[in-house]
Design a binder for this molecule. Structure first.
Ligand SMILES: [Zn+2]
Length: 309
C-alpha cells in the first residue's frame, strides 16, 4: 500500500508517548485497575483486562524494555511525528502509522454517517515504547497494539511490528500488514461508538464467544477500510491519501491475520490448540472476516454477532 508522494499530514491526532506527550512523565505508577474500577483493554493479542494481567501494580517492570526509557522515547516519537509527511509515510513506520490514522479518518468519517447514520469522532492515537499509563491503567507493549475504550485511544509501540509480529509470529513485515493492525484498532473504536465493544467482556472466551465476535468484527472493519482506502478523497476534494493497494498487499494482510490467529499463536508458543481459551479467533476466521469487509465494504456484512461461527 503506497501513499501518494506529495501532501502534508495533519499530525494532531497522534502523540508520542501519550496524550499531550513530548516529555511528560509517563509511566507505571497509576493503576486504573485499583479500587475496583473495571477497566477494559482490547489488545491485539490478549484481549484481556488489566486486572488479569496484573499490570496495574506500578513499577513492576513488566516486559523489561520500557522502564527508564519512557520520557526519552516520548520525546523522540513526538519529534518524529511532527516531521511526518506523506512521502515519509512510505518509508518510516512512525509516519506510516500517522498517515494510516488519517486515511482511516477519511474513510470512517464518510462511511459511519452513510452506513450507520452516526457522525465519526476520530480516536486519539499514541505511539509509545515499552510501557504507558492509559485511561485503562498502566499497560506494557507486551500485549501488542491496543485500544482503550475508556479513553477512546489507540496505543501502538512501533517495535511490535518487527520484533513480535514478524520476528515471533511470522506475520508480514510489509506496510500493508502494519496498516491492517492500525485499522483493526480503529475497528474497536467504531465498535465503541456503536455500543458493541462491551460484548467482549460479557462473554470473554471460546471460539464463538463475544470476545471473538468483537475481534473478528474489528478485522472485518479493517477490511472495510481497505475497501474504500484508495477511493475516498482526502478533505477538500484532494486525492485519496493511499494511491495503491495491490493483490500482494492483500496477501500480506492475510498472512498477518493468520499469524495472529489464536490457534497459530498457541501452536507457535508450543501449546496445545485449545479453542475454549480463544479470545480473538482462529487464523482461518481472521482471514475470512478481513476478506468479508474488504470484498463487501459493508458494516452490515460485518455483523459477526449474528453470524454462525
Ligand atoms: Zn482487537
Amino acid at each position: 500500500m503506497t501513499f501518494r508522494q506529495n501532501g502534508s499530514l495533519d499530525t494532531s491526532g497522534v502523540s508520542g508517548g501519550g496524550r499531550g506527550g513530548g516529555g511528560g512523565r509517563r509511566g507505571m505508577a497509576v493503576g486504573g485497575g485499583v479500587g475496583g474500577v473495571v477497566v477494559v483493554l482490547i489488545a491485539l493479542f490478549l484481549g484481556v483486562d488489566l486486572d488479569q494481567l496484573g499490570l496495574d501494580s506500578g513499577g513492576s517492570g513488566q516486559g523489561g524494555s520500557g522502564q527508564g526509557q519512557l520520557s526519552g522515547s516520548a520525546q523522540e516519537y513526538q519529534a518524529q511525528i511532527d516531521q511526518c509527511d506523506l512521502q515519509r509515510a512510505n518509508s518510516d513506520t512512525v509516519c506510516r502509522i500517522v498517515a494510516t490514522t488519517e486515511s482511516l479518518e477519511d474513510v470512517w468519517s464518510t462511511q459511519m454517517p452513510e452506513q450507520a447514520g452516526m457522525r465519526w469522532v476520530q480516536p486519539h492515537t499514541n505511539i509509545f515504547r515499552g510501557a504507558i499509563d492509559t485511561g485503562c491503567g498502566a499497560a506494557s507493549s507486551d500485549v501488542g497494539p491496543f485500544y482503550c475504550p475508556a479513553g477512546q485511544e489507540v496505543y501502538i509501540d512501533p517495535a511490535f511490528f518487527d520484533q513480535v509480529l514478524v520476528g515471533q509470529l511470522g506475520g508480514s513485515g510489509s506496510s500493508a500488514a502494519q496498516m491492517y493492525v492500525v485499522a483493526h484498532e480503529f475497528g474497536h473504536h467504531a465498535q465503541t461508538m456503536l455500543g458493541d465493544i462491551s460484548r467482549s467482556q460479557q462473554d470473554p472466551q471460546g471460539p464463538s464467544s463475544g470476545a471473538v465476535r468483537v475481534e473478528l468484527q474489528a478485522d472485518c472493519y479493517a477490511g472495510l477500510w481497505a475497501h474504500y482506502a484508495t477511493s475516498t478523497p482526502a478533505p477538500g476534494g484532494q486525492l485519496p491519501l493511499l494511491e495503491s493497494l495491490t493483490s500482494a498487499d492483500v496477501d500480506a494482510i492475510i498472512q498477518t491475520a493468520e499469524a495472529i490467529g489464536d490457534d497459530h499463536i498457541q501452536r507457535s508458543g508450543g501449546a496445545r490448540v485449545d479453542p475454549d481459551s480463544w479470545t480473538h479467533g482462529s487464523s482461518e476466521m481472521r482471514r475470512q472476516w478481513f476478506l468479508i469487509g474488504y470484498d463487501q465494504g459493508s458494516m452490515q456484512a460485518c455483523d459477526t454477532f449474528a453470524a454462525q461461527l
